[in-house]
Design a protein around this ligand. Structure first.
Ligand SMILES: CCCCCCCC/C=C\CCCCCCCCCCCC(=O)SCCNC(=O)CCNC(=O)[C@H](O)C(C)(C)COP(=O)(O)OP(=O)(O)OC[C@H]1O[C@@H](n2cnc3c(N)ncnc32)[C@H](O)[C@@H]1OP(=O)(O)O
Ligand SMILES: Cc1cc2nc3c(=O)[nH]c(=O)nc-3n(C[C@H](O)[C@H](O)[C@H](O)COP(=O)(O)OP(=O)(O)OC[C@H]3O[C@@H](n4cnc5c(N)ncnc54)[C@H](O)[C@@H]3O)c2cc1C
Length: 674
C-alpha cells in the first residue's frame, strides 16, 4: 500500500468515502471544538506533544505483565507530567488546566492506552485542594501539587461503603493537647479501597473521615494526609497501604487500599473551607448548605459527561472507518461484496453512536456553562441553585455513562471478530467507560437522587409554587391527559417532557397510594424505586433531547447549508431513535397513533440512508489523531489488515518459533511420557 515515494496510501474505499462527503469536514470540527481558534490551539498542542518517539511501545502494553504495565505507565506519566510542566504552561500558565484541560485529557490517551497512575492527582487531588481548602491552605498545597513534589489521590470509598458516604467508618479524632487529628481505621471494612494511584504511586492523599471533637461526631470531612516518605517512598509508620489487584480495566491505575493505626496529622491538614476546628477543638461549620464537601464529586460528574462523549467519539471513529474498509457477504447473488457500512443494520448500530457523541458533547458544554454559573453563585454566597444542579449533574452523569458504555460495546459488535482484538482498542475503551457508570456515584443511586428532586418539584407544581428551569415543564404538563403528538423535532422533545411528567405523576400516585395503606413514606418510596429510576431517566432523556436540538440549531446558525443539513439529520435521527426506543411510553403518555409510529420508523430509515454518504466525513470531523485512537481498525489510512498483522507480530509469543512449553509439556504428552 505504498506509492513509489514510500508514502503510505489511504485505503481506496476510505478515500472514495472522503471524496463523496457532502460537507467541509473542518467546519464540523470547528463547531465541536467551540470555534476555529480552539481547533488551531488544540492542533498546535497535539503537534508538539505527539511527535515524541517515546510514545511508541515496542511491545504492546497488553502483552506486558501487570508489574511491567504499571512501570511503563509511571514512566509515561512522568514524561507527560514533565511535558505539561515544561511546555504546556506556555499556553497560558494555570489556564492550561482550565480551557485546555480537555486537550490535555485528549493527548493523555496517546501516552496511556489504559490510564495514568497520576490521573487522580490532576483529576481529583488538585481540584479538591481548589474546592475544599482555604486560600491560605491553597497557597501551601497548590504549588507543591502542581510542581508534582506532592503527588496525591482521593481516598473516600472504603471496603464496606462507597455509595453511603455518611456510613464511612474511618475516624479523625481531634486532640487539642497536640493540636493534631488522630486517623484510625477501626475495622477491616473501614479500610480505604479503590483510590487511583494509592497502591504504589502517591505520597499524599485526601482522606474522607468522620470528624470527632469534644466527644461529638460532626460527620464526614476531607483531610490531606501524607502517607509515604518523600525521600524513600516507604509507607510512614501507622500507615498500611497496598494495591487492590487486577480489575476489568484501569489496570495501570494502581488502585489501592489504605488503613490507619492511630496516625497523627496536624490540625491544619483538615481542609477548612467549609468547616473548621479551632485550636481548642471547637467545631465551626461554614457550609450553610450542608453538602459543600461533596463538591469534588459534583465537579467530576460534570467532567465525566465530556469524558464519555469523547470516548464514544473514539469508538465511533474506529467502527465507522473499519465498516467502510471491511467487505463481507453479498447483497445479491454474484454481486461484489459490499462495504459492511452499506448494510442498513450496520448503519442502525453506528449512526446513533455518532449522534450520541454529538448529543453528549453539546450537553456537556451546556452543563459546564451551567456549572460555571453555579460556582459563581457559590462564590457570592448563594447556594439556591445547588439542589437543581445536583439533580441535573447526577442524572446526566448516570445516563451519559450508561448510554456511552452500551454504544461502545455496540461499536465492538459492529467490528465482528476484529473488534475483540485488544489492538482495535475497543475493549480498553469499553472497560474504561463501563467503570464510569459505577464510580463517582452508581447509576441507580444517582438517578434516585434526581428522582428525589423531581418528586419535590412535582409537589411544588401542585402547590402552585414557581419551579426552577429544568423542571419548569412540569407546570405545563401538570394536568392529567395525553400530550398532543407532533412529529417535528420540537414535537418529539415536547413529547419526551410529557412522558417524564407522566412518569413522575405516576410515581407520586404510587407513593401516596402506598402511604394510604399504612406504609411509612420511606417504605412507600422504596417500593416505588423501579418507577422512580425510570422517571429520572425519562426526565434526563428529555433534557438531553432538548439541549441537543436547541444547541445544534444555535451552533449551526452561521454554518454552510450542507453542514446545517447533516447536523439537522443527526439530531432528527437521535430524536427518532429514542422515540422508537421508548414507543411504549409514548403510547401511554402521548397521543401518538399507530400510523404515527409507522411514519417515525420510515423517517428513521430514510435518515440512515441520508447520513450514509457522510458517515466517514462525520467521524473524520471528530479529528482524533491516530496516536490518540490507538487502533488497528480505526487509523485514518484504513490499513486495517496490515496493522492487524504488524501488531500480531509484536506479540512476545511470536518472538521464537517454538515455545519451551512444547518441550516441557506437549511433547511428553504426545509421547505418553507426562
Ligand atoms: C498525568 C496525566 C493525567 C492526564 C489528565 C489530564 C487532565 C485531567 C483533568 C480532568 C480529567 C477528569 C476525568 C475524571 C476522571 C476521574 C476518575 C475518577 C475515579 C473515581 C473517583 C471516585 O469514585 S471518588 C468516590 C465517589 N463516590 C461517590 O460518588 C459516592 C456516591 N454517593 C453520594 O454522592 C452520596 O452518598 C449520596 C448523594 C448518594 C447520598 O448522600 P447523603 O446520604 O449524604 O445524602 P441524602 O441522600 O441523605 O440527601 C440529603 C440531601 O442532600 C442532597 N445532596 C446530596 N448530595 C448532594 C450534592 N453533591 N450536592 C448538593 N446536594 C446534595 C440530597 O439531594 C438531599 O437533598 P434533599 O433536599 O434532602 O432531598
Ligand atoms: C475503576 C474505579 C475507580 C474508582 N476510583 C475511586 C477513587 O479514586 N476514590 C474513591 O474514593 N473511590 C473510587 N472508586 C469507588 C467508587 O466511587 C464506588 O465503587 C462507587 O461510588 C459505588 O459504590 P459501591 O462500590 O459502594 O457500590 P454499592 O453502593 O455497594 O453498590 C452495589 C449495588 O447496590 C445498589 N445500591 C446501593 N445503594 C443503593 C440505594 N440507596 N438504593 C438502591 N440501590 C442501591 C447499587 O445500585 C449497586 O447496584 C472507584 C471505583 C471504580 C470501579
Amino acid at each position: 500500500m505504498s506509492d513509489n515515494k514510500g508514502v503510505r496510501r489511504v485505503n481506496e474505499d476510505l478515500a472514495r468515502e472522503r471524496a463523496n462527503c457532502s460537507f467541509d469536514v473542518r467546519e464540523i470540527t470547528f463547531l465541536l471544538d467551540g470555534g476555529e481558534n480552539n481547533t488551531i490551539t488544540r492542533k498546535k498542542i497535539e503537534d508538539f506533544t505527539l511527535t515524541d518517539e517515546l510514545l511508541s511501545d515496542k511491545v504492546p502494553d497488553e502483552c506486558l505483565s501487570p508489574k511491567e504495565k504499571y512501570e511503563n505507565a509511571v514512566r509515561k506519566s512522568c514524561l507527560f507530567g514533565k511535558l505539561v510542566k515544561d511546555k504546556l504552561l506556555e499556553f497560558g500558565g494555570l489556564e492550561t488546566f482550565g480551557p485546555n484541560s480537555f486537550v490535555l485529557r485528549r493527548i493523555a490517551d496517546a501516552f496511556f492506552k489504559e490510564i495514568s497512575p497520576l490521573l487522580l492527582h490532576l483529576g481529583m487531588f488538585v481540584p479538591t485542594i481548589l474546592g475544599q481548602c482555604t486560600a491560605e491552605q491553597q497557597s501551601e498545597w497548590l504549588p507543591r501539587a502542581l510542581s508534582m513534589q506532592v503527588i496525591g489521590t482521593y481516598a473516600q470509598t472504603e471496603l464496606g461503603h462507597g455509595t453511603f458516604i455518611r456510613g464511612l467508618e474511618t475516624t479523625a479524632t481531634y486532640d487539642p493537647e497536640t493540636e493534631e487529628f488522630v486517623l484510625h481505621s477501626p475495622t477491616l471494612s473501614s479500610f480505604k479501597w479503590w483510590a487511583g494511584g494509592l497502591g504504589k504511586t502517591v505520597n499524599h492523599c485526601i482522606v474522607v473521615a468522620q470528624l470527632h471533637t469534644k466527644g461529638q461526631c460532626h460527620g464526614t470531612h476531607p483531610f490531606i494526609v501524607q502517607i509515604r516518605d518523600l525521600e524513600t517512598h516507604q509507607p510512614l509508620p501507622g500507615i498500611k497501604v497496598g494495591e487492590i489487584g487486577p480489575k476489568l480495566g484501569f489496570n495501570t491505575a494502581d488502585n489501592g487500599f489504605l488503613g490507619f493505626d492511630k496516625y497523627r496529622i496536624p490540625r491544619m491538614n483538615m481542609m477548612m473551607k467549609n468547616a473548621q476546628i479551632l485550636k481548642d477543638g471547637t467545631y465551626v461549620k461554614l457550609d450553610r448548605h450542608g453538602k459543600m464537601t461533596y463538591g469534588t464529586m459534583v465537579f467530576i460528574r460534570v467532567m465525566v459527561v465530556n469524558e464519555v462523549a469523547f470516548n464514544l467519539a473514539k469508538a465511533a471513529t474506529i467502527a465507522v472507518r473499519y465498516s467502510a474498509v471491511r467487505r463481507q457477504s453479498e447483497k445479491k447473488p454474484g454481486e461484489p461484496e459490499p462495504q459492511i457500512l452499506d448494510y442498513v443494520t450496520q448503519q442502525h448500530k453506528l449512526f446513533i453512536c455518532i449522534a450520541t457523541a454529538h448529543a453528549l458533547q453539546l450537553t456537556s458544554d451546556w452543563l459546564w456553562r451551567t456549572f460555571s454559573g453555579v460556582v459563581t453563585d457559590i462564590k457570592h454566597g448563594k447556594t439556591d441553585s445547588l439542589p437543581e444542579f445536583h439533580a441535573l449533574s447526577s442524572c446526566l452523569k448516570a445516563i451519559s455513562t450508561s448510554d456511552a458504555a452500551l454504544l461502545i460495546e455496540q461499536c465492538r459488535h459492529s467490528c465482528g471478530g476484529h473488534g475483540y482484538m485488544m489492538s482495535s482498542n475497543l475493549p480498553l475503551i469499553y472497560s474504561f467507560v463501563t467503570a464510569t457508570r459505577t464510580y463517582e456515584g452508581d447509576y441507580t443511586v444517582l438517578l434516585l437522587q434526581t428522582a428525589r428532586f423531581l418528586i419535590k418539584a412535582w409537589e411544588q407544581a401542585e402547590a402552585g409554587k414557581p419551579l426552577t428551569p429544568t423542571v419548569s415543564y412540569l407546570t405545563k404538563y401538570f394536568k392529567d391527559g395525553r400530550v398532543p403528538w407532533d412529529s417535528t423535532s420540537e414535537g418529539i422533545v415536547n413529547a419526551a417532557y410529557g412522558v417524564a411528567a407522566g412518569k413522575i405523576s405516576a410515581c407520586v400516585k404510587s407513593i401516596r397510594n402506598r402511604v394510604k395503606t399504612g406504609l411509612s413514606y420511606e417504605d412507600a418510596w422504596d417500593l416505588t424505586t423501579v418507577q422512580l429510576v425510570a422517571a429520572a431517566e425519562a426526565h434526563c432523556r428529555a433534557v438531553i433531547c432538548d439541549v441537543y436540538r436547541s444547541e445544534a440549531v444555535r451552533l449551526t446558525e452561521k454554518s454552510s447549508p450542507n453542514v446545517r443539513a447533516v447536523m439537522r439529520q443527526l439530531t432528527t435521527l437521535y430524536l427518532h431513535y429514542w422515540a422508537l426506543e421508548r414507543i411504549g411510553d409514548l403510547l401511554r403518555y402521548s397521543a401518538v397513533s399507530e400510523e404515527d409510529v409507522v411514519a417515525l420508523q420510515q423517517k428513521y430509515e430514510e435518515l440512515l440512508a441520508l447520513i450514509r454518504p457522510d458517515a466517514v466525513g462525520l467521524v473524520d470531523a471528530f479529528d482524533i489523531r491516530d496516536e490518540i485512537l490507538n487502533s488497528t481498525l480505526g487509523a485514518y489510512d484504513g490499513r486495517v489488515y496490515e496493522r492487524l498483522m504488524e501488531e500480531a507480530l509484536k506479540s512476545p509469543l511470536n518472538a521464537e518459533p517454538v515455545n519451551r512449553s512444547f518441550h516441557m509439556y506437549l511433547k511428553p504428552l504426545m509421547q505418553g511420557k507426562l
